[in-house]
Ligand binder design. Structure first.
Ligand code: C2E
Ligand code: MG
Ligand code: MG
Length: 272
């Protein structure tokens, strides 16, 4: 299915978000989305293990829009299918460019639940990989915890197909949904991201540390790597390392930036 056929099928309801939806349609047609990349760092080795792609919409009137202002409307209207496909293609293409320059850093892409509802999602991933020439092992797919609670069997099957070809699967924002720690053991993922709401209270007291330690214990016994999100202060880095968590992401290390402005040479050097 092409972007254009998905675009034509979208049924936009009238309502308060009508103008936003209409502008989003134009933005899709004119490819007005851009990806900003934020490193996921191994603080012990001082290396970047992946770059997370975070979408922004550059609108001529509204300026640069963050995903929180339009992803919800895009999901409700179904426009997320077309936007998600653009993101997938652009991220794979841009990652292939930095690979070609000698920086073989994987790219991590956020996916909405609505995209996963489509049976064609896995095909879209493999087509974007084939078009760009990016190896599947250099692609991570981030699925929120809330997503994995929906059609568990269908999503588990999709994720297993992706993983069997080498794509890594990440559970994003862990701790913000309604799943239990026990639930993640049934879900085949490679990486679990601890939501920043847990990181913000670190170093904090013994309870704050115990919560993070409990998530880490379960995730690592399921053979998942753990990334702490939203790291802003050196004291949080220390607390996380004391808990045995070396993979981190946050403003302390770097803010999201266009690939063209990233100094890839420095990404492989210690930032701590
Ligand atoms: P996320 O995937 O959990 O991404 C992390 C968000 O936290 C990003 O916000 C990032 O800029 C922000 N962040 C990173 N480090 C820090 C920090 O140290 N402190 C604080 N306060 N924030 C930090 P952003 O880019 O606004 O994205 C928000 C959410 O929008 C993302 O959360 C993700 O759920 C969604 N999103 C972003 N890009 C995409 C996309 O391409 N597709 C889809 N479907 N959703 C996306
Ligand atoms: Mg994410
Ligand atoms: Mg997150």
């Amino acid at each position: 299915m092409t972007i254009w056929s998905m675009f034509a099928r979208v049924d936009i309801p009238l309502g308060r978000s009508y103008v936003l939806q209409s502008d989003l349609r134009k933005a899709i047609a004119r490819r007005r989305f851009e990806l900003h990349y934020q490193p996921i760092i191994d603080a012990a080795r001082g290396e970047t293990v992946a770059l997370e792609a975070l979408v922004r919409w550059r609108d001529p009137n509204r300026g640069l829009m963050s995903p929180d202002t339009f992803i919800g409307v895009a999901e409700e209207s179904g426009l997320i299918d077309a936007i998600g496909l653009l993101i997938l293609e652009d991220a794979c293409r841009e990652a292939r460019c930095w690979h070609d320059r000698g920086y073989e850093i994987p790219v991590s892409i956020n996916v909405s639940v609505r995209q996963l509802d489509r049976g064609s999602f896995v095909d879209h991933v493999f087509r974007a990989l084939a078009l760009s020439g990016l190896p599947p092992t250099s692609l991570w797919i981030e699925i929120t915890e809330t997503c994995i609670m929906r059609d568990v069997d269908a999503i588990t099957a999709m994720v297993s197909t992706l993983r069997s070809r080498g794509v890594r699967v990440v559970i994003d924002d862990f701790g913000t949904g309604y799943s239990t720690l026990g639930r993640i053991k049934a879900f085949p993922a490679d990486v679990l991201k601890i939501d920043r709401c847990f990181v913000k209270d670190l170093p904090g007291g013994t309870v704050d540390k115990a919560v993070v330690a409990a998530i880490m214990t379960v995730a690592s016994s399921c053979n998942m790597e753990i990334v702490a999100e939203g790291v802003e202060h050196p004291a949080q880095v220390t607390a996380l390392q004391e808990l045995g968590c070396d993979l981190m992401q946050g403003f302390f290390f770097a803010r999201p930036a266009r690939a063209s402005t990233i100094n890839f040479e420095s990404l492989s050097k210690s930032l701590v």
